[in-house]
Design a protein around this ligand. Structure first.
Ligand code: TPP
Length: 538
């Protein structure tokens, strides 16, 4: 016989989850004690950061990551990262401690009702009925987390379970790909072949299903215009490609107008559609043939229009490529680089991202969380490689810093840049300490405008006026905070200092933070500008 603790470590080893991301408490100590030397524990100083680093690590690898949080604290402090994992389809096996079973009914200190708390945002939440079921429960959670659409599972483990005896649990093969119905795909092929002006909308699931190259090949075969889904959490088409038409707006009528010239629209691996500002209208111009292929039954069910087909993106797109006619090349010019922005004082976000685009190392990965300048980042950063861009579609701040650290761990040979607002960085700022302690060489680029610019813009989009409290952030010295965590950091004010600061950070093999004083632009938010102003659409 073996103990629950021994069987669990063996299972985690067999499942390839030997990195543990956590923040410990008394109820986790019986699991964490004497951690086997082939395991590595990554300490983060808050559950949001611990789960957020695991999120980045799992996204970067496309494989489940193991998280160990503290009892019910994970529902409060860690939940936003779990919600990110849920909406970004990131496989996480999240475990937390529970009080000792033998006095649970007496509601002791740290008793945890975490299972009920996280339930809406995980694929499965469970506290095993018997101690000896713990390893098998983790195995079941892992297989489920890895099924499409991938996502988090949550297991609460009473602290006295670890020393109980149980049978070892072997690893099983559980298939992960579900293929779309061929007759439905044939219908898509017929519509495309009849179409005079088809368009593709590319979404994050393309990368989840490893379909980047297949989608590129299909777009070229069809000579179709390609749009990125609104508020994209992944960039899934080369930015400089001549068929690329930029990002869709996250509002109904403006989005429908962007696609109005197309008679057939095929959405690949995205919701139909992800909206933010409420601008009522048809989701798509009436008469347009709209199809969605998604790995998510939830996204298929929630679509506002069109025909939805559920299945693996790589397989479906390969089938479409095989069964649709090749079109002759359109006489399109190469995509022009955006105009070089002027050097202004203070520095503008456009100038900043244009400089970053010039000096960013090849193969770099960007983790983004800069709400008001997202549109400028989208325009000026021209990354063409797969798995280069990560953001979040939940709308919850706190994603960027820990995700960047996890992504850097997953891709030690690519450099990760975290573009983050001075407001956004505060929600998980203690993750900087983890980057320093474990020498994870992310470059943090803070856009410091001393306010919540995006919210000021949204005041206009929603016409609530500007008389709203809590919009300004004076008196924060982020470089000093980073220094306090042991990170080398600096503040850039003059435009001529930006490029040398970035170049120096990229040539150092350690984490660095650069905070750049930028102009506050209160006309934009999440890639929307005043073109999405609802009054214009009355
Ligand atoms: C956890 C959380 N709290 C609050 C918000 C609301 N919110 C959305 S954007 C934003 C401003 C973020 O400020 P900053 O990072 O400085 O970006 P800026 O708006 O200046 O571009 C806030 C507070 C949120 N989305 N998530």
């Amino acid at each position: 016989m073996t103990t629950v603790r021994e069987a669990t470590y063996q299972l985690l080893r067999d499942l390839g989850m030997t990195q543990v991301f956590g923040n410990p408490g008394s109820t986790e100590l019986p699991f964490l004690r004497d951690m086997p030397p082939d395991f590595k524990y990554f300490l983060a100083l808050h559950e949001r950061s611990a789960a957020g680093i695991a999120l980045g690590y799992a996204m970067g690898r496309g494989k489940a990551a193991f998280v160990n949080l503290h009892s019910v604290a994970s529902v409060g402090n860690g939940l936003s990262a779990i919600i990110d994992a849920y909406y970004n389809h990131v496989p996480l096996v999240v475990t937390t401690g529970q009080q000792d079973r033998r006095h649970l009914q007496a509601e002791p200190f740290l008793v945890s009702r975490a299972v009920e708390g996280v339930e809406p945002y995980v694929k499965w939440a469970c506290e095993p009925l018997r101690a000896e079921d713990v390893p098998a429960t983790i195995a079941r959670g892992y297989y489920l987390a890895m099924q499409p659409p991938m996502g988090p599972v949550f297991i609460s483990i009473p602290m006295d379970d670890w020393t109980q005896e149980c049978e070892p649990v072997g690893v099983r093969d559980v298939s992960r790909r579900l293929f779309a119905d061929r007759s439905q795909l044939d219908e898509v092929c017929r519509a495309i072949d009849r179409s005079t002006n088809p368009a593709l909308v590319v979404g994050a699931q393309i990368e989840e299903d490893h379909a980047f190259d297949q989608v590129l090949a299909l777009a070229e075969q069809l000579q179709a215009d390609v749009y990125q889904e609104p508020i994209a959490s992944r960039w899934t088409f080369p930015r400089r490609h001549r068929l690329f038409r930029g990002s869709l707006l996250p509002a109904q009528r403006p989005l429908a107008e962007q696609l109005a010239s197309h008679d057939t629209v095929l959405v690949l691996g995205a919701p139909v559609f992800l909206y933010y500002s409420y601008v009522p209208g048809d989701p798509i111009r009436p008469g347009t043939n709209l199809f969605q292929i998604t790995n998510s039954p939830r996204d298929a069910a929630a679509a506002l229009a069109g025909k939805s087909i559920v299945g693996d993106l790589a397989d479906a797109v390969e089938y479409l490529q095989l069964k649709t006619q090749k079109r002759s090349a359109r006489n399109l010019p190469a995509r022009e680089d955006p105009q070089t922005p002027k050097a202004e004082a203070p520095i503008t976000p456009a100038f900043l991202f244009n400089v970053l685009n010039r000096v960013i190392p090849s193969g770099a990965i960007v983790a983004e969380e800069c709400p008001s300048s997202k549109g400028d980042l989208d325009r000026y950063l021209l990354l063409d490689q797969a798995q280069s861009f990560y953001s979040v579609r939940s709308g919850i701040l706190g994603f960027g810093v820990p995700a960047a650290i996890g992504l850097q761990l997953a891709h030690p040979n690519r450099r990760v840049v975290c573009a983050v607002g001075d407001g956004s960085i505060q929600y998980s700022i203690q993750a900087l300490w983890t980057a320093v302690q474990y020498q994870i060489p992310v470059v943090f680029l803070v856009l410091s405008n001393s306010d919540y610019s995006a919210l000021k813009s949204f005041c206009d989009f929603t016409q609530v006026g500007r008389n709203v409290p809590g919009m300004d952030l004076p008196g924060i010295d982020i470089a000093k905070i980073a220094t306090g965590y042991g990170m080398k950091s600096e503040t850039v004010i003059q435009h001529e200092d930006l490029e040398p600061a970035l170049t120096a950070a990229f040539s150092a093999r350690e984490p660095r933070l650069i905070t750049v004083r930028i102009q506050s632009d209160t006309s934009k938010c999440m890639g929307m500008d005043q073109s999405v102003d609802p009054p214009k659409y009355r």
